[in-house]
Ligand binder design. Structure first.
Ligand code: ARG
Length: 278
C-alpha cells in the first residue's frame, strides 16, 4: 500500500475525530495575555477577542455544540471548510451562531437550510478543495457585531501577503488537546512561502495551489482543532479581506510548521456562483 496516499486520510480522520468529541470547555480563565502566551500552541497566542473586532466570525454548531468556525459572506451565506460537514445532506443538524464572543450563548442562532460542499472535496485523498458554503434559513441582520467580509481578489493578495494575517476561533487551546475556548481568541500570523510549505508537508499532504500556508517561524501561535472553517484575514486597500479558511495542520503551533488554509482566491468564482444560485 502506498503510505503517502493513506497518511492524509489518517490525519484528516484524526482531525475530524478530535473535532467530533463532545464539547469539553475549559472554564473561562482570568489570566492575562502574558500568562496565556506561555502556553505553546494556544490558538492566537492567547488573546481574547471581542466579536465586534471580528464581526464576520461565526460558530457553526452541530447538534447544539460548537463544531467549526465560519465567515459571513452575505446575510444568508457562510463560508466554511468542507471537512466540517460529513453530514452535508443533513443541514437540519446544523446552526450558526453570529454576533457573540462566546460560542455557547449570545448573539443570534440561525438554522442552516443547505450545505454546499465543494464537488472536488474528497477526504479520502487528502485535504484538497476543503471549502463549503452554507445557506441560512433566515437572513442575518447586520450590526456592529455581525458583518460580512469580502473575499480576497488576486490584487488583494499581492498587498495582503506582505501584511500580518489574523485568524480567530474557539478551537483547541493547546496542541493535542480537546479543550475548546469558551471565548473567541485570535492570533496574528505570517504567510509562509508556498515552496517551503510544500517541502515541510512533502510526505504528508500535497500542498496545492488551492492552499495557503500561514504560521510563525518560532511556533506557539496557530489555529488548532475546532478552528477549522474559520476565517484567516489580511488587510488590503483599506479593508480586511478573507484570504483563507482554517483547514489542516500537523499538531498546532509547532516551530517551523505552518497551518494549511484553503486559499480563497482559488475558490472565489465557485463561492460566488453558489451564492448566486441560492
Ligand atoms: N483540522 C482542524 C479542524 O478541523 C484544523 C487544524 C488546523 N491546524 C493548524 N495547525 N493550523 O479544526
Amino acid at each position: 500500500m502506498n503510505d503517502s496516499v493513506y497518511k492524509p486520510k489518517l490525519l484528516l480522520l484524526l482531525c475530524i475525530a478530535t473535532l467530533s468529541t463532545a464539547e469539553q470547555n475549559i472554564a473561562t480563565t482570568k489570566q492575562s495575555p502574558i500568562q496565556l502566551n506561555s502556553v505553546v500552541g494556544r490558538i492566537m497566542g492567547g488573546y481574547e477577542a471581542n466579536i465586534a473586532q471580528f464581526p464576520y466570525q461565526v460558530s457553526i454548531q452541530q447538534e447544539g455544540a460548537h463544531r467549526c468556525g465560519g465567515a459571513i459572506y452575505s446575510t444568508t451565506i457562510i463560508v466554511s471548510a468542507a471537512h466540517c460537514f460529513e453530514l452535508w445532506d443533513m443541514p437540519e443538524l446544523f446552526a450558526v451562531r453570529a454576533g457573540s464572543s462566546e460560542h455557547e450563548r449570545g448573539g443570534v442562532l440561525s438554522l442552516v437550510r443547505r450545505i454546499f460542499v465543494h464537488p472536488q472535496f474528497n477526504p479520502t485523498n487528502g485535504v484538497s478543495d476543503d471549502i463549503a458554503v452554507l445557506a441560512l434559513t433566515h437572513p442575518l441582520s447586520f450590526s456592529v457585531n455581525i458583518q460580512p467580509i469580502p473575499l480576497a481578489s488576486s490584487a488583494d493578495m499581492t498587498v495582503a501577503s506582505h501584511t500580518v494575517f489574523f485568524v480567530s476561533g474557539w478551537g483547541a487551546v493547546t496542541d493535542g488537546s480537546r479543550l475548546r475556548s469558551p471565548r473567541l481568541l485570535f492570533v496574528t500570523l505570517q504567510q509562509f512561502e508556498q515552496r517551503s510549505c510544500e517541502t515541510t508537508y512533502a510526505n504528508i499532504v500535497h500542498v496545492t495551489e488551492g492552499m495557503l500556508c500561514a504560521g510563525t517561524v518560532r511556533g506557539g501561535r496557530d489555529s488548532c482543532q475546532g478552528d477549522s472553517g474559520g476565517p484567516l484575514v489580511g488587510y488590503s486597500r483599506g479593508q480586511f479581506v478573507l484570504v483563507g479558511v482554517v483547514s489542516f495542520g500537523i499538531g498546532c503551533g509547532r516551530p517551523g510548521i505552518p497551518g494549511i488554509y484553503t486559499r480563497i482566491t482559488a475558490y472565489k468564482d465557485w463561492i460566488e456562483l453558489v451564492a448566486k444560485q441560492i
